[in-house]
Design a protein around this ligand. Structure first.
Ligand code: FUB
Length: 348
């Protein structure tokens, strides 16, 4: 199926109109972590006893709002940190700008970071000079940067939203992918095609990708693989199952020896999750973590800090519902005794 009507009335524009109307009446369960800049897509990690958040840095733009996400015109990254939940949040300033990345042209979207042997690695997507999303990596001696980018993107990388999971055996896995503006639908053949090719509604949905990282953290150590997500009957989730199928923003964490893969359902605006015994999957769908937030996108991470688990997410309350001007928030995440995650309602 070809996604049509991109420039007629986009889903993003429709949601923005609805959100502007809703914005006044909502009571959010959490406040933005910072208000002096717009931030989104928070990837949180605990390094050296502090919470570090690697977000996108949203900016005002004249780009059109459409389903390709042209309105997400970000061009640099900031790092945030805090030592106490509810305490002061430090903005460490600009740690990497698109002009310092030789291969990248624009759209510095959702990043993540990892630490190995005292070095810190910032992973990020951007469009290259041909307009194709690739994943890059930049290196620093400290978690707060600044980061120095590798001159080339990661070989065989594509699409968006890298998330790095460090397993207990110190193997690092890169998960990534996103459909629509994230271009995953252009890689179904294994090579880039300049056309959107989606599965039919009753065919298996497009899947997030995974590859183990090389010892030096700068490349994939193996071929990129699909991360399968099954339903309760052992069938792959279908493309038409918009409430459950993968859209973008994969994140993996481990709880009680189970791997939890969580992600955004995109046009149904939920954060959902699936579980597995292996970092490669297959994963089995379990349920909803976060109900829709104000704004079109929803994007999250999950981290444990001082014995409690937290969901890091974003919404558009601070900007009054402008879909491309988001703010990072955090709230506690809890598990039921059977390991299920208790669903979070972002507004009262
Ligand atoms: O921030 C730009 C894009 O919007 C991210 O890469 C997606 O996950 C969505 O949040």
């Amino acid at each position: 199926m070809l996604k049509e009507n991109l420039d007629i009335i986009s889903d993003a524009e429709r949601v923005q109109q609805q959100d502007l109307q809703k914005a006044a009446g909502l009571t959010a369960i959490a406040q933005p972590l910072v208000e002096h800049i717009y931030t989104a897509d928070p990837s949180a990690h605990v390094f050296n006893g502090k919470i570090y958040i690697y977000p996108s840095h949203d900016i005002e733009t004249d780009e059109p709002i459409n389903d390709r996400g042209d309105q997400y015109a970000m061009r640099d990254y900031h790092v945030l940190s805090l030592t106490e939940v509810g305490g002061e949040v430090t903005d460490h300033g600009c740690v990497l700008d698109v002009t310092d990345v030789a291969w990248a042209e624009k759209q510095m979207w959702a990043p993540d970071a990892a630490e190995k042997n005292g070095q810190y690695y910032l992973y990020f997507p951007a469009r290259d000079h041909e307009g194709i999303f690739r994943l890059g990596v930049a290196v620093s001696n400290t978690p707060e940067g600044p980061f120095v980018a590798e001159p080339e993107p990661i070989k065989n990388s594509f699409s968006i939203d890298p998330a790095i999971y460090q397993d207990e055996d110190n193997q690092y896995y890169a998960y990534f992918g996103g459909i629509w503006g994230g271009q995953l639908q252009r890689w179904s053949t294994g090579d880039y095609v300049d056309e959107d090719i989606y599965p039919k509604e009753d065919e298996p949905a497009l899947l997030p990708k995974v590859a183990k990282l090389s010892d030096d953290m700068l490349q994939f150590a193996e071929d990129v693989k699909d991360v399968q997500i099954f339903d309760e009957n052992g069938e792959l989730l279908r493309a038409g199952d918009a409430d459950r199928r993968f859209f973008e923003g994969p994140w993996v964490h481990k709880y009680n020896n189970q791997y939890y893969l969580s992600y955004s359902t995109g046009d149904t605006h939920k954060i959902v999750y699936a579980t597995s015994n292996s970092p490669y999957g297959p994963f089995v769908y379990q349920g909803v973590i976060l109900e829709p937030v104000l704004g079109w996108t929803t994007h999250h991470s999950i981290a444990e800090y001082e014995g409690k688990w937290y969901l890091f997410y974003h919404d558009c309350t601070l900007s009054g519902g402008q879909t491309h001007l988001r703010s990072v928030k955090m709230t506690e995440l809890t598990y039921a005794e059977n390991g299920k995650i208790n669903t979070i309602q972002p507004y009262k």
